[in-house]
Each structure stands twice: as C-alpha cells, then as structure tokens.
Design a protein around this ligand. Sequence first.
Ligand code: ADP
Length: 521
Amino acid sequence: MNVSDKSHVEMLVQIARLLATLDLDDVLWQTISLTTQTVGAARGTFFLLDEHGETLQRFIAAQNYDPETRQIVSRRILEQGLAGWVMAHQQSALIDDTATDPRWVVLDAEKELLRVRSVLCVPFFVEGELRGVMTLEHPQPRHFTPEHLRLVEAAAHQAAASLRNAQLFDRVQAQQRQLQAVLDGISEGLLVLDTELCVRLVNPAALTLFGVTEADVLGFNLEVLAEQLANPFYARLAEGVKAAVQDTANNRFELRDDLTKRDFVVNVANVSAKRTAESGIVIALNDVSSLKDLTRLKTHMIQMASHDLKNPIGVLRNYLDVIRAEVKSGVLPDPMFLENMYKSLARMESLVVNLLDIQRAEDAEPLKREPFDPYDLINASLEDMTPSVRMRQQSLVQNIQPNLRPLKGDFDRLREVINNLIDNAVKYTPDGGTISISAYAEDERFTFSVKDTGYGIPADQQASIFQPYFRATQASTAHISGTGVGLSLVKEVIERHGGQVWFISKEGQGSTFGFWLPILT
Ligand code: ADP
C-alpha cells in the first residue's frame, strides 16, 4: 500500500466515523474538507437538496459570495452548470479541462476568485434518491484522475448514511421546536405521563395553573406528587386518568383543585402504541373556573329570584289582600301589617342591592381616589345600617378613636364595604345580640372592625369565607338568605385600596370582621 492509498483509506475511515455526528453542517463540512484535502483540490462545494430532492437546503463552502450572489450562483449552477448536469444525469463527471468542456459554465462572480480548469463532480444518493452534489475544483487542467473520481464516489457513498442521519435529526429537531412552540403557546395545561403515571412533560400553562415549577413535578408519579405537594388534587387526577385509560369512551372528566380553587375539564388521550417504548398518556387541562363561577352565579340568581324574592313578594301580596278587604269595609289597616310589609320590602331591597354589587364587581369599575373624613364614612354607614340593627333589637356599641386623620379612596365603595360587614354582623347574630364597631389609626394604617355575638363560622369552613359565592353551611344559619358575594366584594375593594381584610370567628360565640387601609397623604 503506498502513501496515497493509506491516506485514501484514512479518509474513508474518517468519513465513516461521521455516522456518529448528528449536526448536518458538520457532516457536510467534514466530508468536503476531508475529500478536498485527500484529492488535493483547491476548493470543494456542496449542494444539498431537501429530503424530497426538490429544493436546495444547503450550499456549503461558497462562503466567499455574499448571500445574494450565493443564491444567483447556486441557482445558475443547478440549472445550467456542471452540478445541474450531474443531477440531471445522476452520474459523476470528471472534467479534465474546463476550457474545452461545454458542461462547465463560468460565472461572472467566479472569474476573479479562482480560475477553475479541472473539476470533479459526484452525486450523493440516500437510499437510491439523489440528495446532493459535491464539486471539487482545481486551477490546473487534468489535476483529477479516474482514481480520484472513484475515491470521491466511495466517500460520497460512505457519507450518505451520515447525511441521512443528520438530516433526520435535523427534521426531528425542527419538529421538536415546532412542538415546543405549540406547547408554550397554548393556554390549556398539558401534561404527558408515562404508563407509570410519572410526569414526562409539562407545558408552561400547566405550571401556571398548578402554581408549581417544572422541578416540582417533572419525573414524579401523580400519587407521589399528591403527597409531596400536599394536594390531593394530583391523586384524584391519577384516579381519573386511570379510569379514562380503562374506558376510552369516558376520556373526559371534571376536577376541582381545592387548593388553588380552580375547576378543570380534563381530557385524556392514551397514545401508548404497541411495540414501542414511547408510550404515554397526554392530559389536557382546560381551566373552566370562570365558567363554573358563572354557573354558580346563575344558580344563585335563580335561587334568589325563585326563593328569596318570591317569598317577600308573597308576604306583601297577602298583606295587601287583607288591607284591601279592610279598606273596602272602612277599617283602617293594622300598623303591624304595614311594619311587616316594610320589612319584606327591605329584604327585597337588600337582595337587589346585592345583585347590583355583583354586576358592578364584574364591570370592575375604576376606584376613585379622593380625600375624605373617616368619621363621615362611619356615620354614613351607621345611618344606612342602624334601622336593621334596631329591627333586630340588637345593641350597637361604638369604639371610635378621636382625631382620626383623613383617608384617601373611593368613599361610596368603602361605605358599601362597611355596610356589608355590619349587615353580616346583624344577619348572623340572633335578635338581642351586640354589634360593636371600632376604628383606630396605628402605624400609618386605619383599622376598622365589626364584632358580633352571633353564630360564628365553623373552623373547617373559615378558609373559604372570602371566596365568591361561598356560604358557610351550618344548621344555625340555614334559615338566613344571602348570595355569598358580600365578603368577596369587601376583600376586592379593600385590596384595591392597598389594604387587607381579616377576621376571627368561633362557632357559637361570634365573629369579628375587619380591615386596614394605608393612610395616604
Ligand atoms: P352572604 O351573607 O350573602 O351569604 P357574604 O359573602 O357576606 O355572603 O358572607 C359569606 C358567608 O360568610 C356567609 O354566608 C356566612 O356563612 C359567613 N359570614 C359572613 N359574615 C359572618 C358573620 N358576621 N358571622 C357569621 N358568619 C358570617
């Protein structure tokens, strides 16, 4: 074996090693530079076609051209040049002297770069399909020999497999990028589980919905997650997924995360394929919390209209019937009747006010920021609420600090807040109880609270008390009507003022609800 044979074998070995390289550009560069070096060519170029053999995917080693010239050159070469000839004939070409071979087209842009006299051009086939052309050039005529041609053909043959691998990898990567973009872009939460129900993939929307990070969930089994994150939601999700996988006709179910208070519609798709290791379960979680809230609101509205409004209307009607009969026979109506009619009307009025509050909260009206006197606020609210305190024969105790500084905010909304708190204290305290209101300023905060001696709230329901539409269920307050909206509005208004709400409550003993607001100058 002579030196040149050795270097030829070495080149083929090196090209064979490219099989392990998955970077397409790397494969092309190395193939060109190894062959260029081995056959002593002055320059090598490579035209790579896409996987369908139709359009140009890469034009390598023509870096001396600017992008525009590069495009013109590549198009001309492919249409009229030697590479085009090789493609059309699907066979190699060896040009001893470009001056006498009509297959060689001299491009203007090439004139100054390199005067090419001899050329070697071989096609690249991947699984019998033409995928590219490699051209090697030299300024001397008759530089390339038929042996060179066979060697370069062997190199092309050898490199084709690497090229195929790299092209496939390129495609997989492009598909992965597309998939990632889809996963990142969709608003539905998406989880991919393996058959052991371990999380293999999670999209950003799911992380936001669950309030977790990727590290919290990735690689963990759903049941393990339920323990780790102390949230039974994941265990119930696992149960639902298992049932859905068993019964594909029922691959959709509803689930509520009590911790984040979100309602989901869960769709399960089992993508497990027989004979492949890549089996899995795709779960799409659609956050339907706002829809659920709307449904709850609708139910409340219907309940209110059908029960809470119907009842006082019925009472009014009965009294009116009696009064009409009495007036007809010249008898004056009993003042007690009028008093009861007034109470019925007041109940209806407060229900309607509540409805309007819901409407206003949904419209998210902007807050006013006006300075006002806190005593004006408290007095306005007491004026609104004192009649109902009296009606229940409850006592009202006031503990208001003197010399309170002015506050800034939306007077009317804050008046509703205080009205709501006093109204609740009155509502959820039996007749004859005591309602104490207190107001003071400390550490640049204005604090207001309402204490009652009422039914209190069961400890296990206290965490939900500010949730919209939530109403505590306890025997002692079952007779009291309401919408469960008041406290959520209180919270919203106070927080939008930069303050905070709080409460303490003991079932059977009473509650204190309060808030603080920053004193703004
Ligand atoms: P509503 O009174 O219309 O039901 P709220 O949002 O004002 O709605 O209150 C939510 C729930 O909180 C009530 O249903 C009740 O169970 C409980 N609650 C509120 N205030 C009090 C209070 N002062 N004492 C006892 N329970 C209260």
